[in-house]
Design a protein. Structure first.
Length: 283
């Protein structure tokens, strides 16, 4: 029951308290082409014959720079300099936490047992930085009655099922909430009462060597005369290299060059946070 000034009082139906069964297992599978990872889940309920499930997903990953450099180019002086410690450190330590906006549902209406086996509820492509380093996925499992399931199923169709010529058209979605002051008002929302279950999995993706760095391994060697052009073209110095000249006119002098990498590869991710306190130690 929620009272909103100048709007009225919104009330839901009374709902029984449902209890979600435990999540039996949480694991990942890599496809044959090694192009993506599927996160799978299994659960079962020996008490109730039929189950209507919804899952919420939270992911945390080390969103550090793909290539971390301790150097930068100074446009004013034309020299390559050391970056401040805090800039280098920020590129190495960046953890991002994100709650998925996907509506993930499943039901066991047509099964002989109330069991969900190998439900794929998340897929990650090999070019996603979630596969670069350490990663954690946390899943909250909820159960509901059929009316609640139909509500969320329709919300999913309206939210994610449109956009194509033959896609289902948006339909009006009701819920179990009404404005008791103004019953004719159309209210979107559904109240469910459930004791949830949850599971968490940590993965060190470096062991699988899946992440595709794309162009971040394409380093280029530029002489000092081309450094300004490289910096203006979106490149960052990675290492200074000294080479002996093969030209007779240079008299065997040493030429100063630098290895450059694309700036996008040296940027840390978004919404950077410190390492979570419960984060496992990894080498």
């Amino acid at each position: 029951c929620v009272s909103i000034p100048d709007r009225g009082e919104y009330v839901s139906e009374f709902k029984p308290v449902l209890v979600s069964p435990p999540i039996d297992s949480l694991w990942y599978e890599i496809n044959e082409e090694r192009s993506k990872v599927a996160i799978n889940l299994s659960t079962h309920d020996d008490i109730n014959d039929t189950g209507y499930y919804r899952w919420q997903i939270q992911e945390t990953w080390n969103n550090r720079a793909i290539v971390n450099t301790k150097l930068k180019y100074n446009m004013s002086t034309g020299e390559i300099e050391s970056r401040p410690y805090n800039e280098v450190h920020d590129g190495e330590i960046c953890y991002t936490t994100q709650i998925s906006g996907s509506i993930v549902l499943e039901n066991t209406e047509n099964l002989n047992v109330n069991m969900v086996s190998g439900k794929i509820f998340q897929e990650i492509g090999k070019d996603d930085k979630k596969l670069l380093d350490t990663y954690c996925i946390s899943v909250v499992q909820m159960v509901m009655d059929k009316v609640g399931y139909v509500y969320w199923e329709q919300m999913k169709k309206n939210t994610f099922g449109n956009g194509g010529l033959f896609a289902p058209q948006p339909s009006e979605v009701g819920g179990n909430i009404v404005n008791s002051t103004n019953p004719s008002e159309y209210v979107i929302g559904y109240v469910n009462v459930c004791k949830v279950s949850h599971a968490k999995m940590y993965v060190d993706w470096r062991k699988e060597r899946l992440f595709d760095k794309k162009q971040c391994d394409d380093w280029v060697l530029r002489p000092e005369s081309e450094w300004a052009d490289a910096a203006n073209s979106g490149w960052v110095p990675l290492e200074i290299v000294y080479e002996e000249s093969d030209s007779d006119k240079d008299g065997g002098s040493v030429i100063k060059k630098a290895l450059w990498v694309r700036r996008s590869c040296t940027d840390a991710g978004y919404n950077c946070q410190p390492k979570p306190e419960d984060w496992p130690f990894v080498y």
